[in-house]
Ligand binder design. Structure first.
Ligand SMILES: [Cu+2]
Length: 186
C-alpha cells in the first residue's frame, strides 16, 4: 500500500509539481529578461501566455484566398493608457469589416504594463502574425501584454461578425474602466 501511494505520488503529483515549478521559473525568466529590453520582454511574455500558439483552424486558413493576404492592410492604432497613466484604451471602440485585412498597431506610452485582452474577438478572427521588434509570431494569439513603452502590430482578417469585449486584465484596471468594445460587421 505504501509503495502504491509512493508510485501514485511519483507518477501523478510529482510531474504536476514540477510543471508548476517550470512555469514559475519561466515567469521568473520573463521578469528577469525585462531588464534587457521592452521588446524582448514583450515577446517572452507573449510566448509564455500564448498556449494555443499554433491552434489555427486549418479550414478557416484554407478559406482565406491569397487575394486577401495581398490586400494592403488597413491600419488602426490603439493606445493602451497614455503618458498621464489614465486607465483606458484610446480609442475604446474599434470597428472592423469581416474579410478585410487589418494591421492593429498597439502602443503603451504609460509607465505601467497593460494587457490587450479580447478572447472572443481573437476567436472571431484569423491571425496572420503579430510583430514586435524583430520577431514575428504566427498562429492564434488571444492576449497581448505590453510593458511600458512597448509596441506591437497584429495583422489579421476578421471572420465572424459580432460585438466583442476588450479589457485590460491587470488587477484593478478593468474595474477602473480600462475596457472597450470591438465590432466586426459583415
Ligand atoms: Cu491596464
Amino acid at each position: 500500500m505504501k509503495n502504491l501511494l509512493t508510485n501514485i505520488y511519483q507518477h501523478t503529483y510529482l510531474p504536476i509539481y514540477q510543471w508548476k515549478i517550470n512555469i514559475t521559473n519561466q515567469a521568473y525568466t520573463v521578469e528577469k529578461d525585462c531588464k534587457y529590453g521592452v521588446i524582448k520582454s514583450f515577446i517572452l511574455a507573449l510566448i509564455t501566455s500564448a498556449f494555443c500558439l499554433l491552434a489555427i483552424n486549418p479550414a478557416l486558413a484554407a478559406n482565406l484566398s491569397s487575394d486577401i493576404l495581398k490586400q494592403t492592410p488597413t491600419e488602426i492604432s490603439v493606445s493602451l493608457s497614455n503618458a498621464a497613466n489614465e486607465l483606458k484604451f484610446l480609442p475604446n471602440h474599434l470597428e472592423f469589416v469581416s474579410g478585410k485585412r487589418y494591421k492593429l498597431r498597439l502602443t503603451n506610452p504609460s509607465q505601467l504594463k497593460h494587457y490587450f485582452t479580447a478572447k472572443d474577438f481573437a476567436d472571431a478572427i484569423w491571425t496572420q502574425k503579430v510583430e514586435a521588434g524583430n520577431v514575428e509570431i504566427k498562429g492564434a494569439i488571444r492576449e497581448l501584454e505590453l510593458k511600458p513603452g512597448a509596441e506591437a502590430e497584429w495583422v489579421f482578417v476578421p471572420l465572424k461578425p459580432g460585438t466583442y469585449r476588450l479589457r485590460c486584465t491587470v488587477p484593478g484596471h478593468t474595474e477602473a474602466g480600462m475596457t472597450g468594445d470591438i465590432k466586426i460587421s459583415e
